[in-house]
Design a protein around this ligand. Structure first.
Ligand code: GLA
Length: 718
């Protein structure tokens, strides 16, 4: 609900359980008043602490002591007495000071989609127009509220209403000033094969920032940040979560200033960025999702999960039963032929696995990763694609195919024909990554080629599933088409990526698309808009996956995490884990298999069948359930999560005790999310206990006597 109080010129934005409020103050700028638990619509404008601080500067024309630095501000710019980080930075032919004041506002029943950038489908939206009269610039601030979720969406548009071009040096999506509360910050740093390892730090005076400069949202740092209080844990305390719906260079900052307040802001990274706006052009920032919880990180995460499942991820697939795949990558790598692939299909046909995915190596000349990318035509000498698809379909399985549309190898037909289509700087040997170059998606003809060559395969062959991969970060921040302004390249690359996703994904509405970037190196909400699930990590080791999947669940739902059972010793880290443990951990997402099933015994294949059957029985929990993180494997010798159906009738508890300790202490797991007044039957233990007791008395869990043992219990309300 959006409400404007004319007397105090205050906006009250009310989502489920939260209030976000700001006013137009007497100087005409937007003064932030409050963001937190739902409060009453009272006059909040008194809440500014004005004192005579030496060595400050005042708002132009205002009485002394009245510095912008003392105000909480919805849209700060630099150069007018606010010395904290600014949200926007202009360059009007050398003049870098902007002066934005309130102009007007509008309330829309439904948020319009962002032009060229994926966004959350939103309802009631406030649009506030600010104007810089001197330079004829308008800034539109968008705020969307949700009756059913504790979420506010924000993004910004900047319009050139003058007859001269100007340059944006910074165009963040949002800024919010919170009061001093001794904040701590949670982020998701990582790397390839160890993405999204949760980290928690104290904030101190100065600027804490996380970012990506790689052209992708990155596995090194996810575009997610949470501000929490010292006492906040999974089930109590305040948590503010911020997640950017964007797949490129981002930045989030948290600045503790002289009065101990904290300013949080972010958007497209302004490192090596600028954007020229010609007369009547508009820059649209990506959208920031802001979640508030006063009941800890668990509630914050569940709000993100619900938001993405209800309003972001493709509704054709989001809550539908997912394909259970057998993927040939770790089974064969590049070394396959039609016969070998058919044998894999043969081996799984009675297991319940229902989709065969042919990974890298079927196209161009691609027997290793040094050649072939860009040549999206079948390597007939290596594989008969039609035969393998027919064989797969005849055996009752669906067929999936791998692409890496954004890339080119120097050893390829495409590169021979169009060497200038790769991002590079003339005269400089380009940096390669996995021996490949990045195609210049800022150019229309390059995008058209990608769309046409990928679509041709999808039109000619009956393909049910596509894995869309992307295996390197960008370098040589320059595009020939852009002329000299390399500072626009990364953002234009991302806009180009959304254009080809839009055309290919929407061009084939019946094909299920999975995202991937060397595993989880581009796992962000904008990618989820196109891909209902993303390959969470190239690390398929069950123990490492407990840490990666735990971190990923901070803001991304289980159904968005693609998780496979692979062979042991594990190809990435050499670890041996029980087959049942690999199945249990992979069942906490969109599950599948990635190993040479032709080498498995009948007994192992039967084990797959029972894992798949159990998965299908519990699949609704993975698709729609509420996740409760119980034990963090980075902090203790235990990983445990519980998924509970919305109506609390069924639940599942999955846990791993990584290291077996002889004569070890008992493992008692305290359930969460159950109905306290109901009784639950735990099938695997043939035991019935009340929800209240499972939560407070806990459940004594017995692991088998080996490392990396797991349990996976199902609960049914009696
Ligand atoms: C990336 C992906 C893998 C696989 C290979 C193929 O690393 O993450 O799953 O598809 O590429 O080259």
């Amino acid at each position: 609900m959006i409400y404007f109080d004319k007397k105090t010129k205050t906006f009250y934005l009310e989502s489920k359980n939260l209030t976000y409020s700001f006013c137009v103050n007497r100087y005409g700028f937007l003064q932030h008043l409050y963001f937190g638990k739902r409060i009453d619509r009272e006059d909040l404008t008194s809440g500014v602490c004005l004192v005579d601080r030496g060595h400050a500067s005042n708002i132009a024309g205002a009485f002394r002591y009245n510095s912008l630095n003392e105000y909480k501000n919805e849209c700060p710019t630099y150069g007018r007495s606010d010395y904290r980080e600014s949200m926007l930075a202009f360059n009007f032919d050398g003049v870098r000071v902007g002066d934005l004041v309130f102009d007007s506002f509008d309330v829309l029943d439904k948020k319009p989609s962002l032009v060229g950038i994926p966004s959350v489908k939103g309802g009631e939206t406030l649009v506030v127009k600010m104007k810089d009269g001197m330079h004829d610039v308008a800034v539109l601030l968008y705020y969307t509220v949700f009756e059913d979720l504790p979420v506010i969406l924000r993004h910004t548009e900047i319009l050139n209403e003058s007859d001269k071009p100007f340059v944006l040096d910074r165009a963040y999506s949002f800024c919010v000033d919170l009061p001093s509360k001794k904040w701590e910050v949670i982020t998701l740093p990582g790397a390839h094969l160890r993405e999204r390892f949760i980290e928690r730090n104290k904030l101190s005076h100065g600027i804490f920032s996380i970012d990506s400069k790689r052209g992708v949202s990155s596995g090194q740092m996810n575009p997610f940040m949470a501000l929490v209080r010292k006492n906040t844990d999974e089930s109590q305390g305040e948590a503010y979560g911020f997640n950017l719906v964007y797949s490129g260079d981002f930045i989030f900052k948290a600045q503790i200033e002289e009065n101990d307040n904290v300013r949080i802001l972010g958007g497209v990274n302004d490192y090596d960025f600028s954007w020229e706006l010609k007369p009547s052009e508009r820059f649209t920032s990506p959208e920031t999702v802001m979640v508030y919880s006063d009941k800890g990180l668990g509630e914050m995460s569940r709000a993100f999960h619900d938001l993405y499942r209800k309003y972001l991820i493709n509704e054709r697939f989001v809550s539908k039963s997912r394909p259970i795949v057998i993927n040939n990558w770790e089974a064969t790598y590049f070394d396959f032929n039609t016969k070998k692939l058919c044998k894999i299909v043969d081996s799984v046909k009675n297991t319940g696995i229902d989709t065969f995915v042919l990974d890298d190596g079927w196209f161009g000349v691609r027997n290793h990763d040094k050649s072939g990318l860009g040549d999206w035509f079948v390597n007939e000498e290596k594989v008969n694609l039609r035969e393998i698809i027919d064989y797969t379909h005849k055996n009752g399985l669906k067929f999936g195919l791998w692409f890496e549309p954004e890339m080119v190898n120097e050893q390829s037909e495409l590169y021979k024909a169009h060497p200038d289509w790769a991002i590079k700087v003339e005269g400089l040997t380009p940096c390669t990554g996995r021996d490949q170059l990045v195609l210049d998606l800022t150019r229309k003809e390059v995008r058209d080629y990608i769309v046409e060559s990928v679509s041709k395969i999808l039109r000619e062959y009956p393909i049910d599933y596509v894995k869309w991969d992307m295996n390197r970060s960008l370098t040589e921040n320059y595009s020939k088409w852009l002329g000299v302004n390399g500072k626009e390249t990364h953002h234009r690359y991302v806009l180009g990526l959304y254009d080809i996703c839009e055309r290919i994904v929407n061009g084939f509405p019946n094909i299920f698309f999975e995202g991937c970037a060397s595993g989880g190196c581009r796992f962000d909400p904008a990618m989820l808009y196109y891909f209902p699930q993303i390959w969470t990590s190239d690390d398929s080791d069950a123990y490492m996956r407990t840490i990666i999947q735990y971190g990923t669940s901070m803001c991304y739902p289980l159904s968005s995490q693609s998780c496979h059972v692979s062979v042991c010793p594990n190809h990435q880290c050499g670890r041996n884990t029980p087959f049942s443990s690999r199945g249990d951990i992979a069942s906490l997402g969109a599950t599948g298999y990635e190993l040479d099933t032709t080498k498995l015994s009948e007994e192992d294949l039967m084990a797959i069948k029972s894992q798949v059957d159990k998965y299908r029985l519990n699949e609704r929990l993975i698709l729609d359930g509420d996740l409760y993180r119980l034990n963090n494997p980075l902090e203790e010798n235990l990983f445990a999560v519980m998924v509970v159906s919305k109506d609390k009738r069924v639940a599942k508890l999955t846990a791993m005790r990584p290291i077996s300790i002889p004569n070890g202490v008992e493992t008692r797991i305290y359930a969460q999310g159950l109905d306290e007044n109901a009784h639950y039957y735990i099938k695997e233990l043939d035991l019935t206990l009340s929800g209240r007791n499972l939560i407070n008395f806990g459940l004594l869990v017995k692991f088998t006597n080996n490392d990396f043992a797991t349990i996976d219990y199902t609960f049914e309300k009696r």
